[in-house]
Design a protein. Structure first.
Length: 400
C-alpha cells in the first residue's frame, strides 16, 4: 500500500498581507491544521479526525503547502513561515487580471501549483484549475448588497468572477448561514455544496484585568478612561459615520481601531463636519498582542456595519467580557446570539439609547458579560480547522 501523502495548498495571501478578518481566518486555519497534523507524526498516529479514519492509509495527515501573491511584501508569521511555499511576484491587480483572463480563455493555471491534490482559496479569488480540485471559502457577498462599499473595478471583478469561482469549486465553505443563503438565492448554488463552518476566538481573548497591561494599552493608543470601541478596517460598510453622530449628540468618546481601507475620505471628513475631532481617536493598526487588552479596556464595543459575512470583533469582545451593541444586519445576530444588543444600522436614536444603557446600566452590563462569555465559548478556531479538514477528506483519492 502506498504511503504517498496527499497535498493540500492553502492561499494565505490575506494573512501575509495583513488583511484584517480574511487574514485572521487564513492564519488560524493553517495553525489549526498544523496542530491537527504535526509533520513529524508517524502514519496512522495522527490525533483527532485521523483516529476515526477507515484505514491507516486514510489516516495519513495532509502535507500542507501555502500560496501567496506579491511575495516581495509578504510578512510571514508562524507556522506559515515553516511550511513549503508557492508564490508569485504579481501584486493584487495583475494577479486578479491573470486569473480573470484564465477563466475567460479557459486556460488552466494548474502548472503554477505543481503536484498538489487540493487547493483551498481563502479570499475572494480562485485560480482557474482544470486538473486540481478546489475548496472556496465564501466570506460574504457585500458587493451585491452594498456596492457603494467597494471601488468600481473591485465591484466589476467580484460580480463577474465570484459566480464562476463558486461554480468551479468542488466544495464551498461559508462562514455563516447568512452567506450560504445569499449564495443559494443569488447564484442558485446547490445548498448541499456549501458547508457552514464558523470562525473562532483565540484563547488569548479573555477578560484582561491586569492594571499594568490596561494602563500600557491606554497610554500607547491615547485612550480615555471611558470609550466606545470599534474594531475593523476603515471602509464604507462599517458605517462609522453613525458612531460619529453618536459622539456629536452624546459627548461620548469613540475609538476606531484599525488601518485605513478604501473610500475613506468621506468617512474621515464626517468627523470634521460634526466637529468631534476631540472625541474620536483613530489608533491605526493594532498589534495582535495588544488587542485583548484594548477590547477589555473598552466600556462598550459597537459594530454598526451595514453588512458582515461573519463579524469576528463581536466574538472577540464577548470573549473579553465587553458589552456589545451591533446592527441587526446579515450575519451579526447569528454570531452574537442573545448576548448582544441590536439596532438598525441607520437608526441613530436607537443606537444612542442602547449605547447609553450598555454604558451606564451596571446590572445590564453584568448580564451582557455573563451571556457574552457563554456565547463566545461556542466558537473555536480548532473546531473550524477540524471541520475544514473533514471537507478536504471528501475529495481525497484512495491510494492503491
Amino acid at each position: 500500500m502506498s504511503t504517498t501523502p496527499w497535498r493540500v495548498c492553502i492561499d494565505v495571501s490575506a494573512a501575509v498581507h495583513r488583511r484584517a478578518g480574511l487574514g485572521r481566518y487564513a492564519q488560524e486555519l493553517v495553525k489549526g491544521l498544523v496542530d491537527l497534523s504535526p509533520p513529524d507524526r508517524a502514519p496512522g498516529k495522527a490525533p483527532g479526525i485521523f483516529e476515526d479514519a477507515v484505514s491507516e492509509q486514510e489516516a495519513l495527515p495532509p502535507q500542507l503547502t501555502v500560496f501567496y501573491h506579491q511575495r516581495g511584501k509578504a510578512q510571514l508569521d508562524p507556522p506559515i513561515d515553516r511550511l513549503p511555499r508557492l508564490t508569485t511576484s504579481l501584486s493584487v491587480r495583475p494577479w486578479r487580471l491573470t486569473t480573470a483572463l484564465a477563466y475567460f480563455t479557459n486556460v488552466g493555471m494548474d502548472r503554477m501549483f505543481g503536484d498538489i491534490d487540493l487547493f483551498h482559496a481563502t479570499e475572494h479569488l480562485l485560480p482557474r484549475l482544470k486538473k486540481t480540485r478546489s475548496v472556496f471559502t465564501l466570506h460574504d457577498l457585500i458587493f451585491q448588497f452594498d456596492p457603494d462599499s467597494h471601488k468600481p473595478l473591485n465591484i466589476a471583478f467580484l460580480k463577474t468572477l465570484i459566480p464562476r469561482f463558486l461554480r468551479a469549486a468542488a466544495a464551498i465553505i461559508a462562514v455563516s448561514e447568512c452567506s450560504k443563503r445569499d449564495a443559494v438565492n443569488l447564484y442558485g448554488i446547490p445548498a448541499d455544496k456549501i458547508h457552514v463552518i464558523y470562525e473562532g476566538v483565540d484563547p488569548r481573548f479573555k477578560p484582561i484585568t491586569d492594571p499594568i497591561r490596561l494602563a500600557h494599552v491606554r497610554a500607547k493608543y491615547r485612550l480615555p478612561q471611558r470609550f466606545i470601541l470599534h474594531v475593523g478596517t476603515i471602509e464604507p460598510r462599517k458605517n462609522l459615520p453613525l458612531l460619529f453622530e453618536v459622539a456629536a449628540q452624546t459627548q461620548e468618546h469613540i475609538v476606531v481601531a484599525g488601518k485605513l481601507g478604501w473610500l475613506t475620505e468621506p468617512i474621515l471628513a464626517k468627523v470634521k463636519e460634526l466637529g468631534v475631532e476631540d472625541r474620536v481617536t483613530f489608533t491605526g493598526f493594532i498589534l495582535d498582542d495588544d488587542l485583548p487588552a484594548l477590547i477589555s479596556a473598552a466600556t462598550v464595543l459597537a459594530m454598526p456595519s451595514k453588512y458582515e459575512g461573519f463579524g469576528l470583533p463581536i466574538l472577540e469582545a464577548l470573549a473579553c467580557g465587553t458589552p456589545v451593541v451591533a446592527s441587526n444586519a446579515a450575519s451579526l445576530p447569528e454570531v452574537g446570539g442573545n448576548a448582544v444588543l441590536y439596532a438598525w444600522h441607520d437608526d441613530v436614536c436607537s443606537w444612542i439609547n442602547l449605547l447609553t444603557l450598555a454604558l451606564n446600566d451596571t446590572e445590564l452590563r453584568g448580564w451582557l458579560r455573563e451571556r457574552g462569555l457563554r456565547q463566545a465559548a461556542k466558537f473555536r478556531w480548532e473546531t473550524m480547522a477540524r471541520e475544514t479538514l473533514e471537507v478536504y477528506q471528501q475529495f481525497r483519492q484512495p491510494s492503491l
